[in-house]
Design a protein around this ligand. Structure first.
Ligand code: NCD
Ligand code: ZN
Length: 372
């Protein structure tokens, strides 16, 4: 249960169940981020540090170059992530494998046995950053999908069709009828996460579907509609995939995230690219939100009068779906303005965070000692 405190210094009463009305602080079980892009190499430590400051665990996406397709590669990537953390860090990375036309049932069993892989990730070929090795036709993956269904291994979906004539704003809705419904008919027990949903259609499909399907929602899709990409000029740092949509879609996502359904949980899709590849002739898709993600979600829930539901969305629903224990530690968020930095270190380059230079309403104060 989320708890609030009026004043951190003198009255940090974790057992309090006072109403949230005028309180300015909120204590939560430590949240997890069920969709992150950590990249690799000399930027890895910078990116991991930002997420580990906010979250207890994260599900790490496999779209490296080359992609992470085998359990051995995932174990090695996980080891690199862990060694980029300070030795006293308790942050846990959980891994995904990149589904390809060549993923076999044996590869699924290896993944399950590895103990560190929670899911495979479907990138329809050409859908997004580094998706050239993605699936060209799900019929090529039938053996792997059947094995995932048997083993209870989750399939995370980048839910967009990629046809050259499919309008970019319709790609998610078309994915539901063309790919998701047939997939669920063939594999009804397959555990699915519809990642970074952006539309009313996806939110209502997930809310109403029978069977094991959930969805993640990013801060940018809760905060902005597509106007934000064109406000006063072209704004590359608000360009991500799936692309921001119309206002009625944003309102549907807010309703889904703040409504209390266990089908919806936190996944930031934090996706850093160096500044020069965003502010470019053909700019990369992705928002780097890891720095202030929790504060941004808090702002959305606060504006809805739904702060009492933030903990379930951010800290419980995802862990429950993935079959992991809920966090034992807590964090403290305070309704206190902070200015987002203009840029952050990204190896030898820099990355521009979401809402760089702007003031946001909440601040993550850090971990809180558990009471027991
Ligand atoms: C992601 C990336 O850069 O890896 N980009 C994005 O816009 N979200 C890939 C993805 O999740 O689509
Ligand atoms: Zn992503």
């Amino acid at each position: 249960m989320a708890q609030t405190v009026d004043d951190l210094g003198s009255d940090c009463s974790l057992g309090s169940d006072r109403s949230l009305g005028s309180d300015r602080s909120l204590v939560l079980d430590r949240p997890d981020d069920w969709h992150v892009h950590f990249r690799d190499g000399d930027v890895l430590a910078d990116v991991v540090t930002a997420t580990a400051r906010q979250f207890g665990r994260a599900l790490v996406m496999p779209n490296l170059k080359p992609p992470v397709t085998s359990a051995d590669q995932a174990l090695a990537y996980r080891a690199r992530i862990l060694s980029s953390l300070p030795s006293d860090s308790t942050f846990e990375p959980w891994m995904t494998l990149y589904l390809t036309d060549r993923t076999s049932a044996e590869m699924v069993r290896d993944a399950k046995r590895s103990g560190c892989v929670l899911a495979f990730k479907l990138y329809p070929a050409g859908a997004t950053t580094n998706s050239d090795s993605g699936v060209t036709d799900l019929r090529n993956c039938r053996a792997a999908l059947a094995e995932m269904e048997r083993q209870g291994v989750v399939l995370c979906l980048h839910g967009e069709v990629t046809g050259p004539h499919d309008d970019i704003f319709d790609r998610e809705a078309l994915f539901i009828s063309r790919v998701l419904q047939p997939l669920r008919q063939d594999f009804p027990a397959l555990r699915l996460v519809f990642e970074h949903i952006t539309t009313e259609e996806a939110a209502s499909y997930v809310a109403q579907a029978d069977g094991p399907i959930c969805a993640t929602i990013t801060p940018q899709h809760l905060l902005f509609n597509r106007n934000r990409m064109f406000q006063g000029g072209l704004r590359p740092h608000f360009y991500c995939l799936p692309v921001l949509k119309r206002e009625h879609h944003r309102l549907a996502l807010i309703k889904a995230a703040t409504g209390g359904s266990p089908r919806f949980f936190l996944g930031t899709d934090t996706a850093p690219h160096p500044r020069h590849l965003k502010e470019a002739d053909c700019g990369c898709a992705g928002c780097f939100s890891a720095l202030t993600a929790l504060e941004l979600y808090a702002q959305v829930f606060d504006q809805q009068g739904a702060l009492h539901r933030l903990e379930a969305f951010a800290s419980h629903h995802g862990a429950d779906f993935y079959g992991l224990p809920r966090a034992r530690s807590k964090v403290l968020l305070r309704r206190r303005p902070q200015r987002v930095p203009q840029a952050c270190r990204f190896g030898s380059e820099e990355v521009v965070p979401l809402l760089a230079g702007e003031t946001i309403e909440w601040t993550l104060e850090g971990p809180v000692a558990a009471q027991d």
